[in-house]
Write a protein that binds this ligand. Structure first.
Ligand code: 6GU
Length: 233
């Protein structure tokens, strides 16, 4: 799977890309990530300006239509598949696990990261991107949000995780919209806090029942809304 990330702050991605799981996936050729500096497509050769004041007035600056469209078109040409253009914006569809599983099937994604007050509307009109948000709060830009998209998507690609099964066993994966049961490892006692006896019993049936009950109760208590989503997939 190939990701092209278009950003005004390419340096933000350096640490993330060399992080172990993703670095390994890139090494093994399962994932390709290319970072593109939008400023290189500025028509302003002197200051490489890419933003301007909104027509009609208002606070802040908007990212101009021409550098974005030129950049996306150039990036599309860099590989046979033009890919799906995704715009990171708080106005977008909210990302959830169902959407992650859907976009994990794309062979190529071109992620547009916004800054300032957003993009000129014509970027959306011309490129018709899939607009995605990562939640109902405001970030300073789409960079961190685009990492959320990459991070949640790559772990759905077969072979990226050590254990094939594990991404599908997670909370929120298909057929499992429950929160996870509590887990314990050694020591069996710390500062008087002990591990539930059932987990030390060796009785696999009782352990499975206890875990299912813990998951159910935690989900009811914290995220009752998840039960309404059952069967959505
Ligand atoms: Cl995609 N961008 C920004 N700037 N803020 C956000 C977001 C995206 N998703 C949630 N908040």
């Amino acid at each position: 799977m190939r990701f092209d990330i278009i950003t005004l702050f390419p340096q933000i991605f350096a640490g993330y890309l060399t992080q172990s799981l993703l670095a390994k996936a890139i090494d093994r050729g399962l994932v390709e990530i290319h970072i593109h500096d939008l400023r290189e497509w500025s028509t302003d050769t002197k200051h490489h300006k890419i933003d301007d004041k909104p027509y009609g007035g208002g606070p802040g600056m908007l990212i101009c239509v021409d550098p974005v469209v030129h950049c996306v078109e150039a990036v599309q040409q860099m590989s046979e598949k033009p890919g799906v253009v995704v715009m990171m914006t708080p106005q977008g569809d909210r990302l959830d696990q169902r959407r992650v599983e859907e976009i994990a099937r794309f062979e190529r994604m071109i992620l547009l990261c916004g800054r300032y007050e957003g993009f000129d509307q014509r970027v959306i009109d011309i490129l018709a991107p899939l607009e995605l948000s990562v939640g109902d709060y405001v970030l300073n830009g789409g960079e961190v949000a685009s990492m959320v998209v990459v991070d949640s998507t790559v772990r759905m690609i077969p072979g990226v995780l050590g254990d094939e099964q594990s991404s599908w066993d997670d909370s929120f994966s298909r057929g499992n919209r429950m929160l996870e049961f509590p887990q314990y490892t050694r020591p069996a006692e710390f500062r008087g806090h002990t591990v539930p006896d059932v987990l030390l019993s060796g009785d696999h049936k009782r352990i499975a029942n206890w875990r299912a009950e813990q998951s159910l109760n935690k989900t009811k208590l914290r995220r009752n809304d998840l039960f309404d989503k059952e069967g959505d997939a």
